[in-house]
Design a protein around this ligand. Structure first.
Ligand SMILES: Nc1ncnc2c1ncn2[C@@H]1O[C@H](COP(=O)(O)OP(=O)(O)OP(=O)(O)O)[C@@H](O)[C@H]1O
Ligand SMILES: [Mg+2]
Length: 268
């Protein structure tokens, strides 16, 4: 559900004032490129800091995801930006984050960003999470599961599940941002999700598979479980592309099916 992005100064005066209670005077604001769900996403400059703010109207259907994003933040590894404050004033729900001065990840075949992304994901997967009250993979994909069922997706690893390249910022390392869809499940689900984004950046299925093998959970992934997930995920992308047939969504659905075909014939 995307919405047009407004600029910092278009926010209502009471909202701006509430933010400045946390930050002090905002001297300048630059609207971020990338992403589409946030009604506002901008870098703010204050007298002594630069920080990042994102937000949506309080009554927006996506507000639930922002709630999750705020709740998960204290549990994330240090490479993900810390949440500094939250403001819910003047009809807006805003999250203020540490600013990462990086650029969006490049997922092209052979990109030097790929080992950094794999490393960040592997590190995330090493962190342990004490039974967070968030959705489980079995629930997320339950409507799309085939004859195998979704019990194969179960696990205790924190998953990000949205590896669009503009959700990974690159400095001297990769930073996984935009935690709107945190999920608990089998660790190999995140590499499987990343694979479709690599294919969207022109990796073939075998190229993307080889790249994901940098991540330990992917090397250990059970073949049948990946097959079950891949089929469910292809059904999910079909639904997304049918509901809103934008070119990139149709592309993702195509990659999901190409991936299923490849995985069926890949040696176990
Ligand atoms: N902590 C941060 N520091 C610097 N820039 C950031 C930070 N967080 C996000 N950004 C920039 O803002 C963009 C949008 O942020 P984010 O991905 O969190 O929200 P969104 O993309 O609008 O939401 P969605 O991905 O659900 O559509 C990112 O692609 C990135 O360019
Ligand atoms: Mg995003």
């Amino acid at each position: 559900m995307s919405m047009p992005r407004i600029h910092w100064h278009d926010l209502p005066a009471p909202t701006l004032a509430a933010v400045e209670q946390h930050t002090g005077a905002v001297l300048g604001a630059t609207t971020a490129t990338g992403g589409m769900n946030s009604g506002i996403a901008a870098t703010l400059r204050t007298t002594d800091a630069t920080l990042f703010v994102k937000g949506i109207p309080t009554d927006h259907p996506q507000a639930r995801h922002q709630e999750l994003e705020a709740a998960i933040n204290p549990h994330l590894p240090a490479a993900s930006p810390r949440l500094l404050w939250r403001v819910q004033t003047g009809g807006w729900d805003l999250l203020g984050y540490e600013c990462i001065k990086g650029r969006h990840a490049d997922y092209a075949l052979g990109s030097p960003d790929l080992p950094l992304v794999a490393q960040a994901l592997a590190e995330l997967q090493q962190t342990s999470f004490a039974d967070l009250p968030i959705k489980r993979a079995e629930q997320r994909w339950s409507n799309y599961s085939g004859p195998h069922g979704v019990e194969l997706l179960a696990g205790e690893t924190l998953l990000h599940t949205d590896f669009a390249p503009d959700n990974v910022l690159i400095t001297d390392r990769a930073h996984i941002i935009d935690w709107a869809w945190p999920t608990l499940g089998a660790a190999w689900i995140d590499p499987a999700v990343l694979i479709l984004r690599l294919m969207d950046a022109s990796h073939t299925a075998p190229d993307a598979d080889a790249c994901a093998r940098q991540i330990p959970s992917w090397r250990a992934a059970p073949h049948d479980a990946v097959a079950a997930f891949s089929e469910a995920n292809a059904r999910l992308w079909d639904e997304i592309a049918n509901q809103d047939p934008q070119a990139w969504k149709k592309g993702m659905a195509r990659h999901a099916h190409d991936w299923v075909t490849y995985w069926r014939t890949r040696a176990k």
